[in-house]
Design a protein around this ligand. Structure first.
Ligand SMILES: Nc1ncnc2c1ncn2[C@@H]1O[C@H](COP(=O)(O)OP(=O)(O)OP(=O)(O)O)[C@@H](O)[C@H]1O
Ligand SMILES: [Mg+2]
Length: 236
């Protein structure tokens, strides 16, 4: 399993002001699948994604990322596991404002230990693949929303991580760019590699193997698009 959550619950705040947003969520992501996580606004999708990425601690329950338990691990160990295995596309992009598109991508590879020259050449290739070959030297403030989103996507897949997690990674894209980005993410999936995307966009379902629906902090449905793969049991 590339990621596994077991009986994960999450509350924000403390005491009387505490609100519970995830209730006993269990979920496993095997290799070789593109999964969509769907559900209404406020249902807990970003919270669950952040917990799977080790960016947020669950209030209770266990999380494992690529075989490493991350719920009880130190912050340093979680960061190491995340850097080695994960590409993350944030809902708000999280680009470095002072760096060009090229360096935003190259910097992530450099953090993984790739020499700078090679990092920049791989970054150029990744940005060209998302259609930003002409925007390499622009800083984020000089890019449109959709262009920033594509930099974030190039950054997530360029390190060839085992698992890509994306929070609405096509929300700022027109239909054509969304389809081409989805094809790139689809191509990323293979032996040892999976993708999990939060989305509201039902048009993305044709690229997916599996759709998980979250409502009020609980998994309501977890189905494969290939009906033969639905055994009636949740993969957990
Ligand atoms: N840091 C926080 N502190 C307190 N409450 C929070 C915090 N983050 C999220 N929440 C609340 O938790 C619930 C779930 O939020 P979350 O961001 O996971 O929803 P979501 O499904 O990603 O929604 P959207 O589709 O709008 O992005 C919401 O009611 C939200 O107000
Ligand atoms: Mg969200």
């Amino acid at each position: 399993m590339l990621a596994r959550a077991t009986s994960v619950s999450k509350s924000y705040g403390a005491g009387a002001l505490s609100t519970r947003v995830l209730f006993d969520v269990s979920l496993a992501l095997p290799a070789g699948e593109l999964t969509l996580l769907m559900g209404p606004s406020g249902s807990g999708k970003t919270t669950l994604l952040s917990i799977l990425a080790g960016l947020l601690r669950p209030s209770s329950g266990d999380v494992e990322l690529c075989g490493e338990p991350i719920s009880g691990a130190t912050a340093e160990a979680v960061t190491r596991t995340r850097r080695a295995n994960l590409g993350f596309v944030f809902q708000t992009y999280n680009l470095f404002p002072a760096l060009t598109a090229l360096d935003n991508v190259a910097e992530i590879l450099a953090m993984k230990g790739v020499p700078l020259g090679e990092a920049r050449s791989r970054a150029r290739t990744a940005l060209t693949r998302v259609g930003l070959g002409e925007r390499l030297h622009h800083v984020p403030a000089k890019l449109s929303g959709g262009e920033k989103q594509r930099v974030a996507i190039a950054r997530a897949f360029t390190g060839e991580p085992a698992l890509i997690l994306g929070d609405e990674p096509t929300a700022a894209l027109d239909g054509t760019s969304a389809a081409s980005v989805m094809q790139l993410l689809r191509d990323h999936v293979g032996p040892g590699r999976s993708v999990l995307l939060v989305t509201h966009d039902h048009r993305l379902e044709r690229f997916a193997d599996r759709v998980i629906e979250l409502a009020d902090g609980r998994i309501q449905r977890d189905t494969y698009r290939d009906p033969q793969r639905n055994t009636g049991e949740l993969v957990a």
